[in-house]
Design a protein around this ligand. Sequence first.
Ligand code: SAM
Length: 221
Amino acid sequence: MTHYTTNNEYAVVNEYAGLASEYDRRWAFYIEATLRETLKRMDLTSHASLLDIGCGTGSLLQIISKNYPTVKIVGIDLSMEMLKIARDKQIKDAALIAGEARCLPFRSKSFDMVVSCNALHYLRNPEECLSEIARVLKPQGRIVITDWCDDYIACRVCDVFLRVFNRAHFKTYGRRACELLLRNAGYSNVQVERYKINWLWGLMTAKAQIPLHVQKRIVQV
Ligand SMILES: C[S@@+](CC[C@H](N)C(=O)[O-])C[C@H]1O[C@@H](n2cnc3c(N)ncnc32)[C@H](O)[C@@H]1O
């Protein structure tokens, strides 16, 4: 597939080729906690169009499809193996597409909301990806990102370890760094909330909006 261009993206593809069949079972607690916390903060409306970046095995899309059957849902992921598991779930009316976050195969202003869970720490060029997400969001469209939060010590230790031993991993962020990433990419109404999902592990969910003046600068493709 021609879009797997960087070493990091190859590493992600390899990582999840090995993990996909075990992913839902092995990470059940973590997936459930992430999706619960993310859904709580999404304020989804029933007629929205939604893109899930790094949708993996489609757990979030499956819940949304069940609870909001009129939401138009699209998932994109680098890993064909993760997408295969998602497709086997036969999520009603979900389009599941192979692709990468920094080059989204969608027209500008296509989605009311872009969501991403547990994928930010893989992105080697987060600024580029956030600008690309801004392009595909409609005016006043919203982004919701949940990922590990390295304000928590366990996450910081894990980040250091994975940077050395796992080629797929890039880096984690704390609340302030995440806010800055979003502001620098031109988002407004940036809010990042951090929280623990058990005694050890902490996540953060970032919410922001694409302001009208950024939309005006985006070239229609
Ligand atoms: C930890 S899994 C999370 C899956 C799902 N969102 C969840 O929370 O269960 C990370 C996913 O992000 C995908 N991913 C990583 N980098 C990506 C990129 N640049 N573009 C698209 N997907 C990416 C991986 O293939 C993997 O399926």
